[in-house]
Design a protein around this ligand. Structure first.
Ligand code: ASP
Ligand code: MG
Length: 405
């Protein structure tokens, strides 16, 4: 008998037929004699709808009340899923995050899980129930309801799997697994049988939105092996786990395109120690996430100056611009230019550690396609370039062909 944690995302529970389908699937595992814990998201669109309602009242609602509000989305789904299991004659009990013993810090709307006391979950399982837990939510020591950040049901599932020492953790979603590239861009993209935590982290950070980043980091930290697979068919999915030696035989695991970045260029920053520090400190204080940074060679006459370009998430562009305008007098730079028409293309693979010439080949492929590179950044297992957004998909197709066939 195995203990399995299964997570179903918003699309997988998007209407009552889909919820009945989830119940059937859970029933099959249970019929094998497995114990099943089910984590569900809110039905697709529900969380967004609730946020919209609050915004109709005020632009800046209280974060505590937002948690109170958003937690209701998952609470609907756990009850409906339990009802669907009952209809199949399967004993099932739904639990809120708090009832499942998920304790978080008090940072409303992006709380971190501090610990999980799975006593109640174990007790209900031992009594023969399927246990259905609301994803994305927990409670503080003081009993306040919290949520874990958008997409947080993934984290609930991974953390529960760790706390329960589950034999298997399955993330059911609306895609068949992790692909070598977005199949909508590259029709010949292949589903991967396995991918390393670090590769998935880089791919997800580079725009391939398969799972919440924090949940993958958590899985890596606690060694939770999980499978990403579709709830709409029975195909095996992608196993996500610690890197193995044989994974290095493949140079590149995947190619991704991030269309959600914008570029800012600060012209004429005095070339003196501390100027860049001030700019990026202030952006950090504003909770603006900076991804790539490039500084030009020093230019100018008696007062040497440089241009500094960097990228931020598109929704943060205006905020970043405002921070810079406030700093202009203090630092004494010229103008600030912005560009929303950029795309970040990345190739990712642990094989880069043991293969040379990968960057050269990437740049050659782009050159052959007459694609100009604006910025470059690398990590041990990733090379990213910023290019013109209009050429993003062409770049992905060419790189996929060159590296992945
Ligand atoms: N319902 C939440 C959201 O839409 C959590 C989740 O789906 O994982 O972000
Ligand atoms: Mg979701």
């Amino acid at each position: 008998m195995a203990l399995i944690v299964q997570k179903y995302g918003g699309t997988s529970v998007g209407n009552t037929d889909r919820i009945k389908n989830v119940a059937r699937r859970v029933g099959e595992f249970r019929a094998r004699g497995d114990q099943v814990v089910v984590v569900v998201s809110a039905m697709s669109g529900v969380t967004d709808g609730l946020i919209k309602l609050s915004k109709e009242i005020t632009a800046l609602p209280s974060e505590r009340e937002m948690d109170m509000l958003l937690a209701t989305g998952e609470q609907q789904t756990i009850a409906l899923t339990a009802i669907a299991l009952h209809a199949l004659g399967i004993p099932a009990v739904s639990l809120t995050g708090a009832q499942a013993g998920i304790v978080t810090d008090g940072v409303h709307t992006k709380a971190k899980i501090q610990n999980i006391s799975p006593r109640e979950v174990h007790r209900l399982l031992d009594d023969g129930n399927v246990v259905i837990v609301a994803g994305f939510q927990g409670r503080t020591e003081e009993g306040e309801i919290t949520t874990l950040g958008r997409g947080g049901s993934d984290l609930t599932a991974i953390a529960l799997a760790a706390a329960l020492k589950a034999d298997l953790c399955q993330i059911f979603t609306d895609v068949d697994g992790v692909y070598t590239a977005d199949p909508r861009i590259v029709p010949s993209a292949r589903k991967l049988d396995e991918v390393a935590y670090d590769e998935l982290l880089e791919l997800a950070g580079a725009g391939a939105k398969v799972m919440q980043l924090r949940s993958v980091e958590f899985a890596k930290k606690f060694g939770v092996i999980f499978e990403v697979r579709s709830s709409l068919n029975d195909n095996p999915g992608t196993i996500v786990k610690e890197e193995t030696r044989s994974m290095e035989d493949v140079v590149i695991r995947g190619v991704s395109l991030d269309k959600n970045q914008a570029k800012l260029t600060v012209i004429g920053v005095p070339d003196q120690p501390g100027r860049a520090a001030k700019i990026f400190r202030r952006l950090g204080d504003g909770a603006i996430n900076v991804d790539m940074i490039v500084q030009s060679a020093s230019h100018g006459g008696s007062v040497r100056a440089t241009d500094i370009s960097f990228t931020v998430d598109k929704p943060d562009l205006l905020k970043a611009r405002k921070v810079l305008e406030e700093l202009r007098g203090e630092i004494g730079f010229g103008e600030v230019q912005t560009d929303e028409g950029i795309g970040k293309v990345s190739i990712v693979g642990v094989g880069m550690r043991s293969h040379t010439g990968v960057a050269g080949k990437m740049f050659e492929v782009l050159a052959t396609e007459a694609i100009n590179i604006g910025m470059i950044s690398t990590s041990e297992i990733k090379i990213s370039v910023v290019i013109d957004l209009a050429q993003g998909e062409k770049a992905v197709r060419a790189l996929h062909k060159a590296f992945l066939g």
